[in-house]
Design a protein around this ligand. Structure first.
Ligand SMILES: *Cc1c(COP(=O)(O)O)cnc(C)c1O
Length: 352
């Protein structure tokens, strides 16, 4: 069949997401989903919307949701772009801001979707080595040829780069777009959103999938200067005018407006993260300093792959990346306190 495929289809190397097992009683700590349900107001808003106008196309401009997100961040509607999950927003951003033939920069340990897009769109890239403790040396990201993209906090290392350093990277790439993928920023100190009005080359991308517990709804967004947002809208409208359906728009709007629930669940996750980190350290694990809803850990006496496999036998899923230099680390999503108590007990038996 491959000879009927376009060259684009042939060169595609699809991203492989973490497994979604349809099994009961499994403790699922492998894809950084939120362990709590979305806000009850989200469910209410979606239910209401079901009874309304599904017969009609949704708004192609998504004004209503864009306005809610803008208000939350103290920006204007014109600074907001919305897509079907931040993965789609990332894909549009690669198309809109990175040029075939011009090398972009991202860290050598990072979200593994970036090389997938880069190959698909013929964008050469350099994987910039991190320091041995997995922190970023910002100067390595200055003066890129084609632009810069990185997650902050980084995935899967969980490490946060303070805003002053993010700003330095933006300042030293003024002619190119710098994309900060803030999928986990709500578990970290500070977003780069506050720099959006200052730098017209900064694009911040966020998602409702992690901190807002809406991975199943597929809503992501970008925040940036109006000129950047216009480019993303051009890409969207050349592809699909309606990437977000009516139910997703209603649910996402309710999620961003329910600040109290968001704060409560996020704080619970942070408290559990602190507890889990201490427990893992007591079991001999080395745990990187996390600013996300997961921890990245390795054990000096037992191979990460073995820990992953033995947990899997016991119906506990975590994520293992069999890839240098992180092949002795496992990534563990922070679940509920009860899930994590069971997890710690089981992992204790495995390494003990
Ligand atoms: C989860 C994640 C995304 C994708 O989120 P969706 O909005 O669910 O598509 C993007 N970037 C990073 C670094 C992530 O971890």
């Amino acid at each position: 069949m491959t000879n009927l495929w376009s060259s684009m289809a042939q060169r595609a190397e699809p991203y492989i997401p973490g497994e979604q097992l349809n099994k009961e009683n499994i403790i699922k700590l492998n894809t950084n989903e939120n362990p709590y349900p979305p806000s009850p107001k989200v469910i209410e808003a979606i239910s209401k919307e079901v009874g309304k106008d599904l017969r009609l196309y949704p708004s192609p401009t998504m004004e209503d949701l864009r306005c809610s997100i803008a208000r939350y961040y103290g920006l204007e509607t014109e600074n907001v772009f919305i897509g079907n999950g931040s993965d789609e927003v990332l894909a549009f951003s690669f198309m809109a801001f990175f040029e075939p033939g011009k090398q972009i920069l991202f860290p050598n340990i990072t979200y593994s979707f970036y090389p997938v897009y880069a190959k698909l769109f013929h964008i050469p890239y350099k994987e910039v080595p991190l320091n041995s403790d997995f922190t970023v040396n910002v100067e390595n990201f200055f003066h890129s040829d084609g632009g810069v993209i990185f997650p902050n906090p980084n995935a899967p290392t969980s490490i946060y780069l303070p805003l002053e350093y993010v700003e330095k990277i933006v300042q030293n790439n003024r002619e190119k777009v710098v994309i900060i993928d803030e999928a986990y920023i709500d578990f970290a100190p500070e977003s780069a959103v506050k720099l959006v009005n200052q730098y017209d080359n900064l694009l911040v991308i966020q998602t409702m999938s992690k901190s807002r517990a809406l991975a199943g709804l597929r809503v992501g967004f970008a925040l940036g200067n109006e000129q950047l947002i216009q480019a993303l809208i051009r890409m969207k409208d050349s592809f699909n005018s309606y990437p977000i359906d009516r139910l997703a728009m209603a649910g996402a709007k309710a999620a961003i407006e329910d600040q109290a629930y968001f704060k409560e669940t996020t704080e619970k996750i942070l408290t559990t993260r602190t507890w889990v980190t201490k427990q893992l350290e007591a079991l001999g694990f080395k745990v990187l300093p996390s600013s996300t809803n997961f921890v990245f850990a390795s054990h000096p006496e037992m191979a990460a792959e073995k820990i992953y496999e033995e947990l899997r036998e016991k119906d506990m899923l975590i994520r293992y990346f069999g890839k240098e230099p992180i092949d002795n680390f496992v990534r563990i999503t922070i679940g509920t306190r009860k899930e994590m108590e069971q997890f710690i007990e089981t992992v204790g038996e495995i390494v003990g």
